[in-house]
Design a protein around this ligand. Structure first.
Ligand code: NAI
Length: 390
């Protein structure tokens, strides 16, 4: 079976190592950004493959072909996996769509919010029997050690949810991905659950806001710890964000009793389910972050300036998780007439830091909406429209 991984970052390296080690797969990598394909080829040649290190040991995988040309790697692929930040999804989708087979399974790890709407929008003109899938999160915390050569898995989630469209394929796709990734993959009812249950959209902007809301230009001598830096105030921000998502879930369930949103879990429950024994003290939301071994040592995104460091507000914790996460659920909340005071506070701060405009006068009608995945961007203007596509 031919599997093509799209992306050239941490997640793509893990998949290339893991799948490339199997004899029954032909694994390609599509990575068009800058000179990444060339750097992969050089790294693989020098290191004899992609070395994957984890608590389980060491594995070396050899991709069959790495290319910046979609025509060289996409045709013939049974499974195509986008393993890169959501801000690159649309660009990559537009590149690969002409080469995808009618029976291909196309998905994203993780989907983030509104992935299905984005695919539908791009495939609009095409009558296809493709299967679309998405994972609720990336199964691993992982970091490249040497580009094109070595990647480390720092932690693996106990289980990850998967949605598919048509939804009747969820079980079959989940079984295949569980086998490929050696992770427990749990099929869930619909893509709307993935959009609402995308916890990165709460955790990343919420913690950035908690850490840097009062930042006024001072230099740091080192990057603050990100997850271990969650104090009582930040935990309260995250709790309120999670509460607003649960309120939205309840409205949608009342509105449409047949809609299964059971996979949209409160944040503390999701943490316990995903990280299980990695959390040493799960007695509070704050301690679930600060004592989580998978999060240990991970630091806030910073960039060097002069003799020190300043927050990097263009990093994916805002640049991905706001337009392809928080704005998507804020858009659904607006259609449900649900007030979301904490989301609005975090978005107002984040859009200022990103130099974007989503929320204006308490409504999602800023000029930057066109590059987000809010339902309004796809012409979805009622809750009926949201639920009909679920
Ligand atoms: P990354 O930051 O390593 O990905 C960067 C790569 O994305 C680039 O090297 C390039 O190949 C691709 N890319 C970026 N912009 C592009 C563009 N304009 N055109 C084409 N390609 C472009 O991301 P990573 O770590 O692999 O994460 C992938 C996804 O998994 C993201 O959604 C991330 O939020 C999520 N995630 C990652 C975790 C981790 O530990 N790495 C943990 C949990 C979630």
């Amino acid at each position: 079976m031919q599997v093509t991984i799209c992306g050239g970052g941490n997640a793509a390296h893990v998949l290339a190592g893991l799948l490339g080690a199997r004899q029954d797969l032909q694994v390609n990598v599509y990575t068009p950004l800058n000179d990444e394909a060339q750097r992969w080829q050089q790294g693989i040649q020098a290191g004899g493959g992609i070395t994957l290190t984890s608590h389980e040991g060491i594995l070396v995988g050899q991709p069959y072909r790495v290319s910046a040309d979609p025509a060289a790697v996409i045709p013939g692929s049974k499974v195509v996996i986008l393993a890169l930040p959501a801000f690159a999804h649309e660009l990559i989708l537009r590149d690969i769509v002409p080469y995808l087979g009618e029976q291909a399974w196309l998905g994203a790890l993780p989907a983030r919010g509104g992935f299905d709407w984005s695919v539908e929008h791009i495939l609009m003109a095409r009558n296809t029997s493709m299967v679309i899938f998405g994972l609720q999160t990336l199964p691993w915390a992982c970091r490249i050690q040497q580009y094109g050569r070595e990647v480390a898995i720092l932690g693996t989630k106990a289980q990850v949810d998967l949605a598919a469209w048509p939804s009747s394929y969820a079980g079959e796709v989940a079984a295949l991905l569980a086998d490929l990734m050696d992770v427990y993959v749990c099929p869930i009812a619909n893509f709307l659950s993935l959009t609402l249950a995308n916890t990165g959209q709460l955790i990343h902007p919420g913690v950035m806001y908690g850490l840097f809301q009062d930042w006024h230009g001072q230099l740091y001598t080192e990057a603050p710890l990100f997850y271990q830096g969650v104090n009582a105030t930040t935990a309260d921000i995250l709790q309120q964000l999670s509460g607003e998502v649960q309120a939205l879930r309840r409205i949608l369930e009342r509105y449409h009793p047949d809609l299964d949103l059971s996979a949209v879990r409160p944040l503390d429950e999701w943490l316990r389910r995903s990280y299980a024994e990695d959390i040493l003290d799960a007695s509070s939301l704050q301690s679930s972050f600060s004592t989580n071994r998978s999060y240990a040592g991970l630091r806030a995104p910073m960039r060097p300036l002069g003799d020190g460091w300043v927050p990097d507000f263009q990093a994916r914790y805002l640049a991905e998780d706001v337009p392809y996460g928080l704005i998507v659920i804020r858009g659904i909340a607006e259609l449900a007439d649900l007030p979301t005071p904490m989301m609005d506070r975090v978005i107002a701060w984040a859009q200022m830091r990103l130099g974007k405009e989503y929320l204006v006068g308490g409504k999602l009608n800023g000029g930057s909406l066109a590059t987000s995945r809010a339902p309004q961007r796809y012409g979805i203007r009622t809750l009926d429209g949201v639920v009909r596509r679920a």
